[in-house]
Design a protein around this ligand. Structure first.
Ligand SMILES: [Zn+2]
Length: 275
């Protein structure tokens, strides 16, 4: 889960940064290629996840599921047979910042890596600074990127806290954004949830899932942290946040599942905050 590829300085703890420097990003792409990761389109990953049997992964299951488990050392986790199995990565970019066009895409193109960008449609194609004071992509840039294999999905219209909206507003954020992207690019099958995913709010998630499916989305990316090793709910797909704080060692640890334990902490923290 990338946001902005830029050297813009950011305040606060690195955990909350959304900028990845072009230099760190280039290093991360190099690492993926060097380590033999297959960087695949998101739609292909969704199909692989669909093929994972529920209740876990057997040795005959989809190869995408054979991600190593972190915590006890890579060699221990992989074992001799798993070390040779394919490992997949998907690159996603939230918020539709213009630096995807100027900074990220040239590096992706050089590697031949696909990527998906999620657009908050109210901010797209406007000259004024948008989210976090940054510039956003224009539709002309989006079409040019699309011709070169980049895919686009919805990240709402106005990037609101969806759980705070009335049901009709929620529906509009999901349906109108998707319709705009469909009209502009000819396709939009995925949705990406803005801000922290309210994974403890069962009632809201039920409404969200129903709305996403009735609008016609095939999947929803979330900010739940983790790699995908087992059958996953396609409407709350986990991701790994990446930013400038990820040096090669940390990037590697995250990819190998070293951060998956955080999803438990993330869920617990949300429960405690609610109490
Ligand atoms: Zn966002």
């Amino acid at each position: 889960m990338y946001h902005s590829i830029s050297d813009d300085p950011e305040p606060g703890h690195p955990y909350f940064w959304i900028n990845t420097s072009p230099r760190a990003f280039a290093q991360q792409l190099h690492f993926l290629g060097e380590q033999g990761y297959r960087v695949i389109p998101l739609a292909e990953a969704v199909n692989l996840i669909r093929a994972i049997p529920s209740g876990g992964v057997s040795s005959r299951a989809a190869p995408s599921a054979r991600e190593p488990q972190g915590g006890r050392g890579l060699d221990h986790a992989l074992g001799p047979d798993r070390r040779n199995s394919p490992r997949y990565a998907v690159l996603t970019f939230d918020d539709g910042y213009r630096d995807f066009y100027t900074q990220a895409f040239p590096l992706l193109k050089a590697k031949g890596f696909p990527a998906s960008v999620f657009l908050p449609t109210d901010f797209i194609g406007r000259p004024a600074a948008g989210l976090r004071g940054k510039a956003h992509l224009s539709w002309a840039e989006i079409l040019e990127l699309q011709r070169q294999g980049i895919t686009f999905g919805s990240h709402t219209c106005s990037h609101p806290q969806l759980a705070e909206l009335q049901v009709d507003q929620l529906r509009r954020e999901l349906s109108h954004s998707g319709r705009v992207i469909q009209e502009q690019t000819g396709g939009c099958d995925g949705f990406c949830y803005p801000f922290q995913f309210p994974q403890q709010d069962g009632l809201f998630l039920e409404v969200l899932n129903q709305t996403l499916q009735s609008v016609g989305y095939a999947y929803c990316l979330s900010t739940r942290i983790g790699t995908v090793n087992t059958a996953e709910d396609l409407f709350s797909l986990k991701r790994i946040p990446i930013n400038s704080g990820d040096d090669p060692a940390l990037f590697q640890a995250k990819l190998q599942g070293g951060y998956d334990w955080l999803s438990g902490v993330q869920a617990l923290k949300k429960v405690l905050w609610k109490a």
